[in-house]
Design a protein around this ligand. Structure first.
Ligand code: PLP
Length: 394
């Protein structure tokens, strides 16, 4: 019924794995199941949705959701996956299964802002201890070595795209028997697979590259059944399962992920090189550039560097940066990434506005910094758009 894992390569898995194909019907594409109720206790002919569990109620499981979960587990190299209503609900559902009084969490300071806030709020509610560390692999490894129970990482930081030495950080965490959760949203399994490097769990905002068309909000958790069983229980209790239509769109997006990521990796690299040479641009942050602070780790670990390029304008003050952003005609101002449209934000007044000016300075997030996401438009037209707006800004 659900296509099983006989496929070897990511592109083939992304297209065929998990698809719910009914022999009596002959369909190739998984339909959208809207049923919230199922026969229970099950009939002998019904299939298990997961070990010892049958479809029973829409808040627990759904066939369209399950098809997408199996596809995602197969391309991330995990045993199981759970699809959730957003990236944040994936993180929340996952954390709930570990939270307890006295839990010691270590994470880099440069995590996605909402993740920092969620971890901080949950920790203070549950009397856990969280330590946000200046985001270098060395500082994280030192802190982990002092003892902890849970490490939360992102494969690439936002907006400066620092790449952690994930295998080394995971090794340090496992030496103190800590669980490691890796948010792989910015790299996707096309560019990096954390589970192959020992991560216990991977989380995603499927809203970004995985669904890939800016028309879905969804999230995912991938890992071994020994972990996902309890997280499934939390998803059931919290009701954070993804809805069937979003699961359908996410599965549809996954089928072209490898093609989109190849194009995005190439376009973003070309744009980073173009910006690097531009007289109106100061620092450019893209891990493929030799002077990026984590270039060496990035080329060691990643197959591609994704679509985000951050850069500083050679002007002074936020007003001039806003004026540059309004002159762009192809690139749109918006805080997301991973879809077809190129997007731009000003991190100091959006994603990182909750940090103090001192913390922003310490991380390198200046008032003149913008974060560009390079989408699927023609790369020459994106360059022209940037060049026109940059030349008109002084
Ligand atoms: N993780 C990362 C790295 C993100 O960038 C985001 C959103 O921007 C999230 C998690 C949260 O995802 P969602 O917006 O789907 O809840």
């Amino acid at each position: 019924m659900f296509e099983a894992g006989i496929f070897r390569k990511l592109a083939t898995k992304a297209i065929h794995s998990g698809e719910l194909r009914v022999p009596q019907i002959g369909n190739y594409i998984t339909p959208i199941f809207t049923s919230a109720i199922y026969r229970y206790p099950p009939d002998k002919s019904q299939i298990e949705v997961r070990k010892d569990k049958y479809f029973k109620y829409g808040r627990e499981d759904n066939p369209t959701v399950r098809a997408c979960e199996l596809k995602l587990a197969s391309i991330e190299g995990g045993e199981d996956a759970l699809l959730t209503s957003s990236g944040m609900s994936a993180i929340m559902t996952c954390l709930m299964s570990f939270m307890r009084r006295g839990l010691r969490i270590v994470a880099p300071l440069e995590l996605y802002g909402a993740t920092v806030k969620l971890i901080s709020m949950l920790s203070s509610m549950m009397d856990a201890k969280v330590n946000f560390v200046y985001p270098t692999s060395e500082e994280l490894i030192d802190e982990i070595g002092r003892g902890c129970d849970l490490v939360f990482l992102e494969t690439m930081s936002n907006p400066l795209l620092r790449v952690l030495d994930i295998p080394e950080v995971i090794k340090a965490a496992h030496e103190v028997e800590a669980i490691v959760i890796v948010d792989n949203t910015f790299t996707t399994p096309c560019n990096f697979m954390p589970i192959n490097h020992g991560a216990d769990l991977v989380v995603h905002s499927c809203t970004k590259y995985l669904a890939g068309h800016n028309d879905v909000v969804a999230g995912a958790i991938i890992g071994e059944y020994r972990m996902t069983d309890e997280i499934w229980e939390w998803r059931r209790l919290l009701g954070t399962i993804c809805d069937p239509f979003s699961a359908y769109l996410t599965a549809r997006g996954l089928k072209t992920l490898h093609v989109r990521m190849k194009h995005i990796n190439e376009s973003a690299r070309a744009i980073a090189e173009f910006l690097y040479e531009h007289p109106k641009v100061g620092k450019v942050y893209y891990p493929a550039l030799p002077d990026h602070p984590t270039h060496d780790v990035a080329i060691k670990l990643l197959k591609g560097f994704g679509g985000v390029v951050s850069f500083e304008l050679k002007v002074r003050g936020q007003e001039r940066v806003f004026s540059f952003m309004t002159k762009l005609k192809v690139i749109r101002p918006s805080p997301s990434l991973g879809g077809c449209e190129s997007l731009i934000i000003h991190p100091a007044t959006s994603s990182h506005k909750d940090l103090s000016p001192e913390e922003r300075m310490r991380l390198g997030i200046t008032d003149e910094l913008v974060r560009l996401y390079v989408g699927l438009e023609d790369v020459e037209e994106i360059k022209e758009d940037l060049d026109n707006a940059l030349r008109k800004t002084s």
